[in-house]
Design a protein around this ligand. Sequence first.
Ligand code: KG4
Ligand code: ZN
Length: 335
Amino acid sequence: TNDISILAIESSCDETSASIILNGKVLNNIVATQSVHEKYGGVVPELASRAHQENLIPVIQEAISSSGISKDQLSAVAFTRGPGLMGALLVGVSFAKAFARSLNIPLIDVNHMQAHVLAHFIDEPKPGFPFLCLTVSGGHTQLVLVRDHLDMEVIGQTQDDAVGEAFDKTAKLLGLPYPGGPLIDRYAKEGNSKAFAFPVTRMPGLDYSFSGIKTAVLYFLRDQLAQDPDFIEKNLADLCASIQYTLIEMLLIKLKEAVKQTGVKEIAIAGGVSANSGLRAALEELSKKRGWKLFVPKFEYCTDNAAMIAMAAHYKYLKGEFVGLDVTPLAKMKF
Ligand code: KG4
Ligand code: ZN
């Protein structure tokens, strides 16, 4: 048949995921989340690699069996080549090579950041070209100008921590468990975002910096706790609301600047932090006010997943963009 069916694998960080896409339609998205990192307050690379090794085959088996497509019908195998943790990437890449070789089908390498953007093409409504995508997660903060499915340019990015990292690290200072982002979001709903003022870091151009707020919160808490050991407990909601407000401000300042510079008014958000209710509300309000068209994918496709890898692979398959068995993962990877 002329069907295009691709098995896609994601293993760049702490999610092991597999997905089958048939003729551009995602059939499933199986994700095994690694809980082993919780007690360490962050992703431990060595443990991530081991968990991928354990989870990968079951996740792939489930993706294939629930798709109704037999492995002999697959047109290609796709994998995340980077950016990500080297040991974690190696697990997915090595499997993909062996699988492609055994089935004698092409191998497709996918850039994880490009895939986050292409998650917007899994379901309707899909953004039109060109659009701006703000990719925000625990590992990334990027402003991307998207001209076509495989033609995109990073026009701004963080020079240090990712915004999700800033959420998680400040949450840790407040004594919240990892990952703290969703908890800050939850407590912020009952707090006053103007209760405390934290500095808004301004980088040149469209770039971001999120490491300063962590230090600002650290010193602020140290001073307050010296006077009142229960300061955090008494002010948790206000602290969360104020931190969240500052982080969202920083994201929006550059997004507004990017719209001004490019004239593009179709705005998409991607990555785990796009689940943040404060960010969503602020974006919806801004969009209404400024006539932007806003695209927010299902949360399942915002966090790390193989469906977005499959979507990217589909477009690469159509263009015949395959790689050889000598391909290696890239911890840092540009597009
Ligand atoms: O995309 P993702 O699942 O993984 C990568 O980092 O690639 O993003 C996880 C990040 C974490 O930093 C987490 O705290 C943050 O997304 N996050 C949130 C929320 N939900 C997830 N941050 C703020 N508010 C949320 N509701
Ligand atoms: Zn990611």
